[in-house]
Design a protein around this ligand. Sequence first.
Ligand SMILES: *Cc1c(COP(=O)(O)O)cnc(C)c1O
Length: 395
Amino acid sequence: MTKLTDETRASLRRRSRLVHLGRDSEQSQGFINVPPFRGSTVLYPDVATLTSRAQRYTYGTHGTPTTDALCAAWTDISGAAGTVLAPTGLAAIVVALMTALGAGDHVLVTDSAYAPARAFANGTLKRMGIETTYYDPCIGHGIKALMRPNTRAVLTESPGSQSFEIQDVPAIAEVAHARGACVLMDNTWATPLFFAPHAHGVDMAIEAGTKYLSGHSDLLIGLVSANEAWFRRLHRTVDQMAIPPGPEDVFLALRGLRTMELRLREAERQGLALARWLQGRPEVFRVIHPALPDDPGHELWKRDFSGSSGLFSIVLKPVSEAAVAALLDGLELFGLGYSWGGYESLAVPFDCTTYRTATQWAPGGPAIRFSVGLEDIEDLKADLDRGFARLRATS
Ligand SMILES: *Cc1c(COP(=O)(O)O)cnc(C)c1O
């Protein structure tokens, strides 16, 4: 076997790149995968090198061949200038916000943002003298009216957590960039495989690798990719914070990367099949899934995205809390729990009214979010069918 030439590497299509990115079997003694390099101390050959630190690896917090492999691969599929890692998806959001903001600044955060990101803005950012304004996720160019002279960053998340509004990210980026503000996006739902963040005006794109990159509900990791304008500042910030993920988790994330496109495509197929089935159920008032043609965000989704994931929500026709609990408590295949993107299907009831401040959440009934896994779709339908029977028997 001959080593990939740079020319061949540059010509590879994405599926092939996902197989080859970030690997160098020569450096791994011929073994296929980059091993989890563990360590604090890195040795230097002499005092001069130690003093100048003029070698690639200098200390455990500043990167290892394992973290380099994941960052290089992620940078490539994101179309970014560089990537940094964080121990969780939420930590990745924190790192991006800390890079863009300083004392006295103002940040615009979508009202549909991942709720713990709001907690960070309302708590730590506020304590640091940074003010947050929440905005309607569907605001588009209208965000202009909310920009202040000290607005330094706009956080987007598309589709929104739980409620799945698709944002006009290019429109928001156009306004933000005209005012010199940085555009952040939580791109966990689509991943860079289904939404190219930097090609749509995003400066720093956040991914909770805990979800589809992991794919197996067995690790926590976060990634932030940045364009040329922001990568150096991002790298400096995360390096000073010294919060690398554990080496085993980076290793597992790299392993997940190899099959991520296959798993995402299957999640999309299964998710759409279940969403369409749920649309036909008499107990269901509405299915919220941007890849369905009647979804309010569908046109924007079609314009900007190249796929959907297996995560979507439904709104039930009004029933009692006890009826919703009867549906969910008896499920045998759908697990009841937070996070998503693993191989096992999950369901969680949710209510955005408990935290939204800029927009009204009035869906018309109790809401449930599904993460569709890899089980046979007929078994999943049967599980829900029995659940709907329990719901009807309770209400
Ligand atoms: C889960 C999630 C996160 C946080 O990821 P953790 O690794 O659990 O901290 C961030 N954003 C979105 C949209 C998520 O769903």
